[in-house]
Design a binder for this molecule. Structure first.
Ligand SMILES: [Zn+2]
Ligand SMILES: [Zn+2]
Length: 922
């Protein structure tokens, strides 16, 4: 059964699924669309459903109230508050609580958690209303062009858990929404149509009533009643009302502006018009958007437009015809407006995403952010609007949205920093691609959409730029949505395969959680799989997980080499066949306490460092991944650039001040919903906890995370944290390697050992070692210079003796000089070899230089001698004898071999004569 069949099923029993008392009270009657057969409820008699209706509110809104974006929210939130709803703050647009999504795509997502593949609702108040900013990148090419598409929009979520205290079901819901439309927005009842529909979400679905005014869908009230899928479902214990209404549309219906952007971005559009000095063509622009806004998308219509036109570019020629204008002239007037709307949209999206801790990059969700950022920059560049900076536009958004989203203020500067860095990067990429565009133009290469995607992915070349450079004629309509789909789906870490034999066993009791200091324990053998995987009724062995390496130790006399979990069962792999470990036997387990202690310290250090990095670098720092071993730890953080020495020091200083502070590390189990509300989604540094309870590790006053690993009791136990290495491992991710406690001491001691060796060889002391080193480097440079001068002077003499020492080949004018040298280097042989063959034109000069790291072969051949043999040929032959390869030209050749072939040098050199003879015979 699909959505259509489900709609038919629900509509076959309208009294059960759709009729509400309000419909009868006000006089809404049920009607059927003559065009598509859908059922709808309306006061007046209508031929068809709103899907086939024109946006007749543009220019003449059906209400005498005029509410801009923020005022619309203010009025609506007041209304619901008066009607006993909690108004809660928005959730982050970066969806940290779901590992299948990068961004929050609908208001209901706030309250959905996935546990064991099933959706569970986590609703902090009942009933509630939330102004949820949502992000969607699948329609990017229509954004700014269609008049009503956005990459981010506010979905007002009205949520009621019907069977919980305070909750209500569909009668009350529709009554409230009807009240919102009529009393808050001032819309007359006969303007409103409710359409019967079905909404299917992840793991749950229900019938729904969508409400429309003058062809514009304003909201959709979903009565989520069933869990499962359409073929296999049951009624939920806790039914959920999920009403979602786009704030942009609610404001638009009262304002009736040509586009939804004009009222939703507050003063931002006007500011942009002012900055660009755009001359209004009010008549044409309004007319154009009236037609455009009402006609794009799945509900498009119009006698000369094909229904369902999916992109704005396809509609433009039709509008030109209707307005009696030439397409080019119309485009000239409209394009700057499209540019302004696009920039207004993209900057608002970037503002929310960056403020919520996301970074533009080439991976994950950051991908879409970089796309729109570069698109915005590219548009500014193309239009020649040099006086507009994206940072100023995000500032204006923030000023306008202050009442609604005061939390943005805290990140005003962070957003600017990131936009600044990314703008610089864009310029860099732009320079690199100028040449590329030119070459495409030159060879008149036709680029397919796949080529464009490849160029964007590998070099960051935007199609806007190629268009401007004349390398392409137009931007394929689906370019941005193709890119977005490539990068919008997140693949959650796949569950590991069950180990055959471990299914159906009862959960292992985890002693390491009950007492982290327990190193010895007794347990009963439950099962031994493949005579090497031991399952116990309880264990103190920590299994591999959360980036923490497993414990090692013994089960009786058997050495445990690996510990891991499958489901709730812990498996201990032992080195030798566990023949004595039979089911039911009570054994003694003993874990390597020192190893555990060291791993535990590195683990706790990860928490401290993660927070230290965020404090010192910025709010976009999140743990990307982590690894905790006995000897060291590794923490990958999300950050835009490689770290400077100064930044690393600052992070180390903060981390170590937390150690000096000896803060308690508190571990408690919390209800997941409570923990999220109390500590925010920052707790999900190591990923989402797919459980109804979360284990919260709280380094008091510093860092709070949900974590299942082992931790010290107080930070003082760590003694010292030292970052040993930092590198940018991929776009947007920086790796920190570090040591803590004993490992940190070892590290410092080793450094000191190295320093001692250096001091001794310089005959210096600690205080003066740097000075001595620099002095010694100077001396070395001076010596090198001296050697070069000497070499220059003696080369002619040496060349003469080479010529006289060379062996004349019988029956030939050729002379060969070869040397197996352990002392002198390339520089010497280049100088002497070159001079020798210059002096003696029938000479072949071959030097084999042996060094610790390998064997070098250098060959010079005099001008006369090249008639018989080339330098490259000899270099190749000799190198092959030495287990390597070589080559080159007529006069000079080089190659090399491996040091293990040192004993073959004599053979290799004697092969030269044979090679020459073979060439003479030819
Ligand atoms: Zn219809
Ligand atoms: Zn932890």
């Amino acid at each position: 059964m699909g959505k259509k069949e489900l709609t038919t099923l629900f509509s076959s029993d309208p009294d059960r699924y759709y009729r509400v008392p309000l419909f009868d009270q006000i006089g809404f009657s049920r009607q059927r669309c003559s065009k598509c057969g859908k059922f709808f409820w309306s006061i007046s008699n209508k031929e068809s459903c709103p899907d086939h209706e024109y946006y007749s509110f543009i220019g003449s809104p059906p209400t005498n109230r005029r509410l801009d974006y923020v005022s619309t929210w203010k009025e609506i939130s007041d209304y619901f508050r008066t009607n006993n709803h909690s108004i809660i703050g928005r959730y982050p647009v970066v969806c940290r609580w779901r590992d299948d999504l990068y961004f929050t795509i609908a208001s209901i997502i706030d309250f959905q958690r996935i546990i064991g593949g099933k959706v569970v609702f986590e609703i902090p108040a009942n009933p509630l209303v939330v102004p949820q900013m949502c992000m969607r990148f699948n329609d990017v090419e229509n954004v700014g062009l269609s008049g009503r598409h956005y990459t981010s929009f506010c979905m007002i979520g009205q949520i009621s858990s019907a069977n919980s205290p305070g909750g209500y079901w569909k009668d009350k819901c529709i009554e409230l929404d009807y009240g919102m439309l009529t009393t808050v927005l001032g819309i007359k009842p006969e303007e409103i149509t409710f359409v019967e529909d079905v909404w299917m979400g992840a793991g749950a679905f229900g019938n729904s009533l969508e409400y429309f005014v003058r062809g514009l869908e304003l909201g959709n009230a979903v009565f989520t009643e069933f869990e499962g899928n359409e073929n296999n479902f049951r009624i939920m214990k806790n039914k959920i009302i999920d009403m979602g209404a786009g704030l942009e549309r609610l404001s638009w219906i009262t304002m009736g502006t040509p586009t939804s952007y004009d009222c939703s971005f507050g003063p931002v559009v006007n500011k942009l018009i002012e900055l660009t000095g755009l001359r209004e063509n009010p008549g044409i622009v309004s007319k154009y958007y009236e037609i455009m806004s009402g006609n794009i998308g799945e509900d498009s219509l119009g006698s000369d437009l094909s229904p369902g036109a999916s992109n704005a570019n396809a509609i433009r020629p039709v509008i030109a015809k209707r307005l009696g204008m030439e397409e080019g002239v119309l485009a000239g007037i409209i394009s700057p407006y499209e540019a302004i709307y696009t920039i207004a949209d993209h900057t608002r999206t970037l503002l929310f995403a960056i403020a919520d801790g996301s970074l533009p990059s080439n991976v994950g969700g950051g991908y879409n952010l970089r796309i729109i950022l570069r698109r915005a920059l590219s548009i500014l560049e193309r239009a020649g609007w040099k006086n507009i900076r994206l940072e100023d536009i995000t500032d204006s958004h923030m000023d306008y949205l202050r009442q609604m989203y005061p939390e943005l203020e805290e990140h005003r500067d962070d957003v600017k920093i990131i936009l600044g860095i990314e703008s610089q990067r864009y310029l860099g990429a732009r320079e690199r691609t100028t040449a590329l565009a030119a070459s495409i133009k030159k060879v008149k290469k036709k680029l397919a959409i796949d080529d464009l995607i490849k160029m964007y992915e590998s070099d960051g070349v935007t199609p806007e730029y190629l268009l401007e450079a004349g390398a392409i004629e137009n931007i394929p309509a689906s370019f941005y949505s193709r890119l977005a789909t490539l990068h919008s789906e997140r693949t959650p870490a796949r569950d590991q395969k069950p180990l055959i034999g471990s299914e159906g066993l009862t959960a292992t009791r985890l002693l390491y959680y009950e007492d982290e200091s327990m190193h010895e324990f007794e347990a009963m053998v439950i099962k031994v799989i493949d005579s090497k995987y031991v399952v116990l009724d309880q264990t103190a062995f920590y299994p591999r997980g959360g980036g923490q390496e497993p414990d090692k130790g013994r089960l009786d006399s058997f050495e445990v080499v690996e510990v891991f979990k499958r489901g709730d069962v812990v498996l201990h792999r032992v080195r030798n066949a566990a023949t004595d470990l039979v089911e039911g036997k009570v054994i003694r387990g003993k874990i390597d306490a020192q190893r555990r202690s060291s791993i535990t310290k590195h683990h706790t250090a990860t928490h401290i460092l993660n927070r230290a990095a965020r404090t010192n670098l910025g709010p976009w720092v999140w743990q990307n991944s982590a690894f905790k071993e006995q000897d060291y730890g590794r923490l990958d953080i999300t950050h835009h650039s490689a770290l400077s020495r100064e930044q690393i020091k600052r992070i180390e200083n903060s981390a170590n001040s937390i150690i000096t502070g000896n803060l308690p590390v508190l571990i408690n189990i919390h209800d997941r919903g409570e923990a999220e509300q109390k500590y925010t989604f920052r707790i999900y540094q190591g990923g989402v906890a797919p459980t109804s309870n979360v284990r919260i590790v709280n380094i008091e006053g510093w860092d709070i995370e949900a974590c299942g690993g082992t931790h010290v009791k107080r930070t003082g136990e760590l003694g010292l944290i030292k970052i040993t290495k930092s590198e940018r491992i991929q776009d947007g991710v920086v790796r920190l390697e570090f040591v803590a406690a004993e490992s940190a001491l070892n590290y410092v001691q080793e450094l000191e050992n190295s320093l001692n060796i250096i001091m001794q060889s310089l005959s210096s002391n600690k205080e003066k070692v740097v000075e001595s080193f620099l002095k010694s480097m100077e001396d070395t440079d001076l010596s090198k210079k001296k050697v070069r001068t000497i070499l220059k002077r003696v080369t002619p003499l040496l060349a003469k003796s080479v010529s006289s020492e060379a062996k004349t080949l019988p029956g030939s004018v050729l002379k060969v000089y070869s040397i197996d040298d352990h002392q002198l280097d390339d520089e010497f042989h280049i100088s002497v070899g070159q001079k020798s063959v210059e002096l003696d034109k029938s000479l072949v000069y071959v030097a084999v230089i042996t060094k610790d790291e390998g064997i070098r072969v250098m060959v010079f051949v005099g001008e006369e001698a090249t008639r018989i043999i080339k330098a490259g040929t000899i270099a190749k032959e000799v190198s092959v004898h030495l287990g390597g390869s070589g080559g080159g030209g007529e006069r000079f050749g080089q190659g090399g071999g491996s040091i293990e072939y040192r004993g073959k040098i004599r053979d290799a050199l004697s092969s030269i004569e044979e090679l020459i003879f073979r060439n003479i015979e030819k």
